[in-house]
Design a protein around this ligand. Structure first.
Ligand SMILES: Nc1ncnc2c1ncn2[C@@H]1O[C@H](COP(=O)(O)OP(=O)(O)OP(=O)(O)O)[C@@H](O)[C@H]1O
Ligand SMILES: [Mg+2]
Length: 493
């Protein structure tokens, strides 16, 4: 249902307080004015700068007093019709007790004379007194048809607009942009390339996402060939994402939770997954969702999830999720984190968009247990330290990448992760020393954090799928925390 349709229903049902959350007031106003014209409802707007305006003409007695604006709605009332007053950016005035009081009285009085107050604002910030009096509607981001309309409006010549699959790529690229942003992106593309292309749109879009400070767009060139090992995880995700079942929302893949000691390639996996299956990767920075004002964090969480939804089909990566939502069980921040986490969890459960969520974690003990419930993810994978063959594959990748002479003695890589192999190769190339010498500067995580690695393995054993071979992960450690056993086992590698 579009904004206009939902709004039409609420107004007909005489909801006298309506809050529309929108970043594009002009478009929302046009849609509203159009609806009112169709239904022959009286329509007026107010903003601090222009005061009250009824059907484009400024009323003589109007001023920029917000209190007077609320009361002015009564002067619009007619004997048998409905009148709508849109108050723009009125969230700015809700700090005043008089205004809150006037609004609440007007919402009740409106039921009698069918006058309806619509607050149009980029955020939802309802004071407690008004919470139950207003319904909240979201002005949704433009869909593909609307984006295509915008593109057609901007391209003046046939040749400026691509057709067929090229048009699809452009529309894919523009998904998640507001109308204005899409317009700007298309125009820039025209100026730069003489036609609308997806490259310019992507470029602008990465910038915009960065500006929002919550999401970052990753578009790298690396696919699975740049990632050694992890064969089971790779084939699971490839199969889940490339199957042709898009029509059926039930069959849609949801995502995976990846668990491993640091440096085993979780983040790298997410990034290369996008390239492998041809989807953009959006990285959500949960720390940045935290706002300083009450209610802001949840608002930002919802906003980020909305952008992610609008970017579908995509891969959404939430890195180090246990750090992001640390404190969910504690009571340090008056429940803000728990509420954000709640918003996020219900989204994980309920979202119907084609978003494949990849969450990564190093420490499950910090995650609330409800997180890993099975219907939230298609699989929970454990990435153990790489096996002998996997390490060989990783060496191969980096010896090639750093152009290192293969004709030399290889260092002892017992208990190394992919990150350590890469670091060793980089050092060797950088300092122009043999690998053996570079290896002296590498201290494996399995040594520096032996206890936590061992704890993680024990936890994952029998609970997680193995990323490295088909089936459930079984730790070779029998006794939790036994370090001697770890080293003996891995020396078998
Ligand atoms: N299997 C692998 N194949 C190729 N490169 C790897 C592999 N594992 C790790 N690396 C490299 O090691 C570096 C660190 O990996 P990455 O950041 O993906 O680890 P991580 O599991 O996300 O670690 P953390 O838990 O600290 O976030 C990356 O540059 C990555 O390319
Ligand atoms: Mg990582």
């Amino acid at each position: 249902m579009t904004l206009t349709e939902r709004l039409g229903e609420y107004i007909r049902a005489c909801f006298t307080g309506i809050w529309i959350e929108s970043h594009e007031h002009q478009d929302a106003l046009v849609a509203l004015a159009h609806l009112c014209q169709q239904e022959t409802w009286k329509f007026a707007t107010w903003d601090i700068e222009q005061g009250l305006r009824v059907s484009a003409a400024t009323l003589e007695h109007s001023g920029n007093d917000p209190l007077a604006a609320i009361r002015a709605v009564n002067s619009l009332a007619t004997a048998d019709g409905t009148a709508i007053l849109v108050l723009q950016n009125f969230h700015r005035f809700l700090g005043s007790a008089e205004i809150v009081q006037a609004l609440s009285q007007q919402v009740i009085a409106g039921k009698q004379n069918r006058t309806i107050l619509v607050i149009l604002a980029p955020v939802v910030q309802l004071p407690l007194e008004l919470e139950k009096m207003f319904v909240v509607l979201e002005h949704e981001l433009p869909d593909r048809t609307q984006l295509e309309e915008i593109a057609r409006g901007i391209a003046t010549e046939e040749t400026e607009l691509p057709s067929g699959s090229a048009l699809d790529t452009v529309l894919d690229a523009a998904a998640g942009l507001t109308r204005l942003e899409a317009e700007n992106a298309f125009s820039l593309s025209l100026v730069r390339h003489g036609r609308i292309t997806s490259e310019a749109v992507w470029e602008l879009k990465s910038g915009m996402l960065k500006k929002s400070g919550m999401l970052e767009l990753h578009r790298g060139q690396d696919d699975f060939s740049r990632l050694g090992g992890l064969s089971s995880l790779k084939s699971f995700c490839r199969r889940a994402l490339l199957q042709p079942s898009r029509g059926n929302a039930f069959k849609r893949p949801r995502g995976v939770l990846l668990l491993s000691p640091p440096g085993c390639g979780k983040s790298q996996f997410c990034k290369s997954l996008g390239q492998e299956v041809g989807r953009p990767v959006l990285m959500l920075d949960v720390g940045s969702l935290m706002g300083s004002l009450v209610g802001q964090s949840e608002e930002r969480t919802r906003q980020a999830l909305r952008i992610i939804g609008a970017m579908a089909p995509c891969v959404a990566m939430i890195d180090e999720v246990e750090k992001a939502f640390a404190g969910v069980n504690g009571n340090g921040d008056s429940g803000v984190t728990s509420r954000m986490f709640g918003t996020f969890l219900s989204w994980l459960n309920d979202h119907t968009s084609d978003v494949f969520v990849v969450c990564t974690a190093n420490d499950v003990s910090k995650l609330p247990p409800e997180f890993g419930r099975s219907e939230r993810f298609d699989g929970i994978f454990f990435l153990d330290l790489p096996t002998r063959e996997e390490k060989d594959a990783i060496w191969n990748i980096y010896l090639h990448q750093f152009e290192i002479d293969r004709d030399q003695r290889m260092p002892d890589d017992k208990d190394w992760t992919g990150a350590e192999i890469k670091a060793c190769c980089r050092l060797s190339a950088l300092l122009d020393v043999p690998l053996i010498q570079a290896a002296q500067n590498v201290v494996p995580v399995a040594v520096t954090a032996a206890e936590s690695v061992s704890k993680l393995r024990t936890w994952a054993s029998g609970r997680c799928l193995s990323a490295q071979q088909p089936g459930i992960y079984q730790s070779s450690e029998t006794k939790p925390g036994s370090r001697r056993k770890v080293s003996r086992d891995s020396s078998l590698n």
